[in-house]
Design a protein around this ligand. Sequence first.
Ligand code: UDX
Length: 431
Amino acid sequence: MQKIAVIGTGYVGLVTASCLADMGNRVICVDNDRKKLENLKKGIIPIYEPGLEELIIKNRKLKRIFFVNSIREAAKESDIIFICVGTPTQADGGADLSAVEKVASEIARAMNGYKVIVGKSTVPAETGDRIKRTIEMIKRGKNNFDVVSNPEFLREGSAIHDTMYPDRIVIGVESKRAEEVMRKLYRPIKAPIVVTNIPTAEIIKHACNSFLSTKISFINAIANICELVGADVEKVAEAMGLDKRIGRQFLNAGAGFGGYCFPKDLDAFIHLAEKKGYDFELLKSVRKINNDQKKLLMKKTEDALWIVKNKNVGVLGLSFKPHTDDIRNSVSIEMIKILQHAGAKIKAYDPKAMQKSKAELAKVTFCKSPYDAAKNSDCLMILTEWEEFYKLDLQKVKKLLRQPIIIDGRNIFDPVKMKKLGFVYKCIGRC
Ligand code: UDX
């Protein structure tokens, strides 16, 4: 049993804390939002993540997870402190690290023995060094601590599984003592551990996320060529994926990537490279291709509808991907705003993300079912690939639509079958 503090109860913080508690540790979670803390104590979770609620309730009962609002209190009572606060994008594309700095200063003031301070938030390279310097400055010489970079690779929607069964654990350390603490902490997890220095660990995180984003933009660029020559991107991805060096994952062409991580991390990495004097042109293209996918969808909509103004568009899917209610940088939310700008009237449905979308979108009719969204719409647009959309009764959808037009930004149906059913079916990279 280790005594752990987790600062920040966002996505990464809550998942990390509940998994560490479930491994038998004593975990104190800290947040400055009192209402959120009160809810968490009652087992009310601010996000939808499969399995998270059960894990928190279970470990509350076992007295292994606690919620407080004082960094000081948590830091004093813990040997390992995870920093999981937000690092939002600033206007210049760089990451805003003010929350990380504030937490580091508070920890420094609370230090009452050897502490291992672990950076888990996605941060630009060199943040570990900054955290160390901030603490040293306040501690003035009594350096009884180590800073560790332990990047997080969890995906929303499968966050608990990704944390308990990761492909690898990356630990950036400067001392053998900190390495031992981290190895002991992760002993219950069966995964290869890569131990390296702090800047390398930070770059590993940047490299992984930007590589995955590159894979998506690459297949989207291929999809665009496929449309021009009459090829099928699904088959291209299938055959490419059978090459073990490439792999099939993250080769789904579509409306592009969104979410809290990829767009933000891409901006931050491009920004960091620029600051260091390297023009990361490849990643700038990745970003451009991703943004252009929305223009492509708009063009397809105009081709199908001719005039978009005053047309009813039914939108299926609001979250940035299935199995989450997260709408941060959701392609769907951005697409709705583009369509509204062109004068379209939107009827939208999502199984989980409607509540959050209501705060973000104006003048949208939120529907009870996908069929409700299709009813009297001039076209139906699919922007998140929730399972229930694959199982739609398409004959019924056709009857409900004013015109049998489906614009599929996630390639969930077979174009040949759709044509046979009498739909004008526009998808990505398949003719
Ligand atoms: C991502 C990384 O996968 C994870 O390792 C990191 O810790 C955080 O960022 P997440 O943002 O939860 O996780 O979502 P992910 O499943 O990676 O999907 C990101 C976006 O890419 C989604 O918008 C998804 O729709 C899109 N995507 C994914 C595609 O467009 N095509 C694909 O083939 C895969």
